[in-house]
Design a protein around this ligand. Structure first.
Ligand SMILES: CC(C)(COP(=O)(O)OP(=O)(O)OC[C@H]1O[C@@H](n2cnc3c(N)ncnc32)[C@H](O)[C@@H]1OP(=O)(O)O)[C@@H](O)C(=O)NCCC(=O)NCCS
Length: 178
């Protein structure tokens, strides 16, 4: 699988204390605030992992956060749980994703999402989960994720899911090719 091609001046790193996380602005205050105040603390407590895309000036061009989670059988649509036991099901939560306002609409969000899905797929080789879940903040970000094959959970318009089956198929497709 080819590596994700981020802009040449950028590189992806696991979030560290020295990264300028309080300066990040993506136009969505909740996404900024999470990075500024909680991402590192949660990572240190092994609750989530955040990866930041750093540019040549060490500014954060974008980031994403992944965490383990679980949902009830009834929280996913029938097509996603058809052959699964009626119990709590393991999922990966794409908890946060943001691109710096000055770098939006340049393909970085799509590449970060693609990398996050590759991370999920990699994890899935050693630790099972049935879907990747996202709780969107608004209709605009929902449209962004839907372009990647995420589907709405019926009755929960801002919760999207991507089944592991679909994720696996994508790895030979769009996410694998970016
Ligand atoms: C949503 C977000 C991550 C997209 O990042 P981005 O770098 O601008 O996205 P890309 O340039 O990779 O866009 C990928 C595609 O999605 C579309 N797209 C991007 N942002 C969109 C938006 N807000 N609404 C609808 N479509 C959007 C683009 O048209 C693009 O398609 P194209 O390549 O065919 O033109 C970015 O706008 C952002 O950080 N928003 C604020 C934080 C947020 O809402 N995060 C999500 C919830 S945690």
């Amino acid at each position: 699988m080819n590596p994700i091609r981020f802009p040449l001046d950028c590189r992806l790193k696991r979030l560290c204390r020295g990264h300028p996380r309080r300066k990040f602005r993506c136009g969505q205050p909740l996404v900024d605030r999470w990075l500024a105040t909680q991402a590192l603390q949660h990572q240190e407590k092994h609750l989530s992992v955040t990866k930041v895309l750093l540019d040549s000036e060490e500014s954060i061009a974008g980031y994403y956060t992944l965490a383990a989670g679980q949902v009830d059988f009834s929280d996913l649509p029938h097509e996603a749980v058809r052959h699964l036991p009626r119990c709590s099901l393991p999922v990966v939560v794409l908890a946060w994703l943001g691109v710096s306002s000055s770098r939006q609409r340049q393909g970085i969000g799509g590449r970060l999402l693609s990398q996050a899905l590759r991370d999920c797929w990699g994890v899935g080789k050693s630790l099972a989960f049935v879907a990747v879940i996202i709780d969107c903040l608004d209709d605009s970000s929902k449209k962004f994720y839907q372009r990647w094959g995420f589907k709405e959970v019926p009755g929960r318009p801002h919760r999207l899911y991507l089944s592991t089956k679909r994720l696996t198929a994508m790895m030979g497709d769009r996410a694998g090719a970016s």
